[in-house]
Design a protein around this ligand. Structure first.
Ligand code: AMP
Length: 206
């Protein structure tokens, strides 16, 4: 989210899109809810259909995008490369955080049910778990509870971590240290993107 604000490009988050679908009670949302609450992945086809539709919209085509939460499997990475051909992603970024820190951050995370703004128990909204941005209710995500968190970590190791090698083999991977404050992590991300841009001769990044 911070990165998309920095570059003024759309933030395409598969998790956010799914949470909107769940909230609106669409057929996609109905399929997604149980799996999401348990920390399971949705099917590759379903995710890539949703992503394909979004990446065809005018704002994304005109300005580029930050894709967040996708791909989570090698099959999704292959489908994404196909969707973007003959171009491809400029860069994928692996934000490295220790498992202990992931556990702490997820357990402390709170989120606005209306606009998705993230808070934490140590950095809550100003007034009584009411979102500073839109006034919505700020709650703990169902999948940030203990059981779902451990399932998500298991799935990450098995299905998502292999993408690190996959993108490294294609010279499309940068790794960034994800410890520290959101501001310092954002600064590191921007630095890596700008270095990449410089090496590529200033072509717009997406
Ligand atoms: P996130 O907000 O990115 O943590 O995503 C929340 C949940 O949405 C995940 O735990 C999955 O259930 C589902 N989801 C989001 N993105 C994907 C994806 N690329 N592939 C499969 N499931 C996804």
């Amino acid at each position: 989210m911070r990165l998309s604000h920095h570059y003024v490009v759309p933030h395409v988050s598969t998790g956010d899109m799914l949470r909107v679908a769940v909230k609106q009670g669409t057929p996609l949302g109905k399929k997604a809810k149980d799996l999401m609450d348990k920390g399971e992945l949705l099917s590759d086809d379903l995710i890539m259909d949703m992503v394909s539709e979004r990446l065809n919209e005018g704002d994304v085509r005109a300005r580029g995008f930050v894709l967040d939460g996708c791909p989570r499997t090698v099959a999704q990475a292959e489908a994404l490369a196909g969707l973007l051909a003959p171009m491809d992603l400029d860069l994928t970024i692996d934000i490295e955080v220790s498992t202990a820190q992931v556990l702490r951050r997820l357990a402390a995370r709170r989120v606005c049910v209306d606009c998705g703004t993230n808070y934490s128990v140590s950095s809550p909204p100003l007034i009584n778990w009411t979102c500073d941005v839109c006034g919505g209710e700020v709650v703990q995500r169902e999948d940030d509870r203990e059981e779902a968190i451990s399932r998500r970590l298991e799935i990450y190791e098995r299905q998502t971590a292999p993408l690190i090698e996959w993108y490294r083999d294609r010279s499309q991977l940068a790794s960034v240290n994800g410890s520290g404050s959101p501001d310092s992590v954002t600064r590191r991300l921007v630095r890596v993107i700008e270095d990449h841009r410089d090496r590529r001769g200033g072509r717009p990044t997406r």
